[in-house]
Design a protein around this ligand. Structure first.
Ligand code: SF4
Length: 340
């Protein structure tokens, strides 16, 4: 995707009145240099490769793609948990791409993350009171210990837990309850933006809907914007105003959720969508099977990186020239030479 690509100027369906994006990402790139031994040459893993998008207040942008496509790295780089290799990140109009960690600290409270695994993301030796209260303390959001305790109690109620559970430890809770604790911890600092990184994929199906509905209710109430990363396409459709599809570190298609699900244009998106079961008995989609594995981001194919797996690939074009992201219809961008 070109870093000059104008996705950032599109308004979302979430908040039509919002003129300014909350988050703008342009040409964002994160490469990891890997060296297997002292005498071997360093290799560059292109985890995120020139990604641009904007996110508006109260909007959810879903991010889908096979594992290893760079979704989580993108989420962490946007939050500056990783330093970008290139590109630009603006949050609330301020360029945070190269801010030092100390300069970032006041903004951190507005940019939070909910992790995939509620089992490992909570410190087992801390009580819920301390887990949720820690951020309140770091950002000095309560004047006294009893104010802090009241805040923790309110947050627990808001996420569907009981305040009298605050003295307990994470192992005393179920998976869904632990994810609620993770959400309460993120909410403690009144964030305006949350990266939700596979927040329900470690949970039982019956619990997933509760957590997804909680996230939606919190968004309605608090106008939080989410970058919602998941591999379950139905969950992403339910959650997202717009959806971006990633392949080998790049966004290959981005559109309003309904437009993307009703009429995917990129061959990769079409293949992903063809795997979604139709709920009506006896009805089946024509399944498009993807051949081969995702190529290594250490050595991505020339031209369109999807060409070795694409049934529509044109020799001499797709294997030579990388397609730009083009706007095919209002807000519907596709990176494919042949999409129309
Ligand atoms: Fe397939 Fe060519 Fe489009 Fe890439 S550019 S998705 S290889 S048709």
């Amino acid at each position: 995707m070109s870093s000059a690509e104008p996705v950032a100027e599109k308004k979302p369906s979430a908040d039509k009145k919002a003129a300014e994006p909350l988050l703008e990402v342009q040409g964002l790139t994160k490469h990891f240099v890997q060296r297997r031994g002292l005498l071997t040459r360093a290799e560059v893993l292109r985890a995120v490769d020139g990604v641009s998008f904007a996110l508006f207040p109260g909007e959810t942008l879903g991010l889908v793609g096979e594992s290893g496509c760079g979704k989580s790295t993108l989420g962490r780089t946007v939050l500056r948990l990783y330093d970008p290799t290139a590109g630009r990140i603006r949050f609330e109009g301020k360029d945070i791409t190269t801010l030092s960690q100390s300069a970032l600290r006041p903004m951190r409270r507005h940019m939070q993350i909910i992790f995939q695994d509620p089992y490992s993301s909570l410190n087992p030796r801390m009580t819920v009171r301390d887990i949720v209260g820690e951020a309140i303390r770091i950002h000095e959001l309560a004047r006294t210990r009893s104010d802090e305790e009241q805040c923790v109690a309110d947050l627990l109620k808001r996420v569907g837990l009981r305040p009298d559970q605050m003295s307990r430890y994470p192992h005393e809770f179920s998976g869904g309850q632990r994810q609620r604790i993770g959400i309460a911890r993120a909410l403690a600092v009144e964030p305006r933006f949350i990266v939700a990184d596979e927040p329900v994929s470690a949970l039982d199906v019956s619990i997933q809907a509760q957590i997804v509905n909680l996230l939606r209710d919190l968004q309605d109430e608090l106008k939080i914007a989410y970058l919602f990363i998941a591999h379950d396409l139905k969950v992403v459709e339910y959650m997202s105003h717009r959806v971006a599809v990633m392949y080998l570190g790049r966004i290959v298609e981005i559109a309003d959720s309904s437009r993307l699900y009703d009429g995917p244009k990129h061959p990769y998106t079409r293949a992903l969508m063809s795997a979604i079961p139709i709920p009506e008995p006896g009805k089946k989609r024509l399944r498009i099977l993807l051949e081969g594995d995702v190529p290594s981001p250490l050595n991505p194919p020339a031209g369109c990186t999807f060409h070795p797996r694409c049934s529509m690939a044109e020799k001499g074009l797709c294997d030579k020239t990388s397609p730009e992201l083009r706007e095919l219809a209002d807000g519907h961008w596709v990176s494919c030479h042949l999409a129309e």
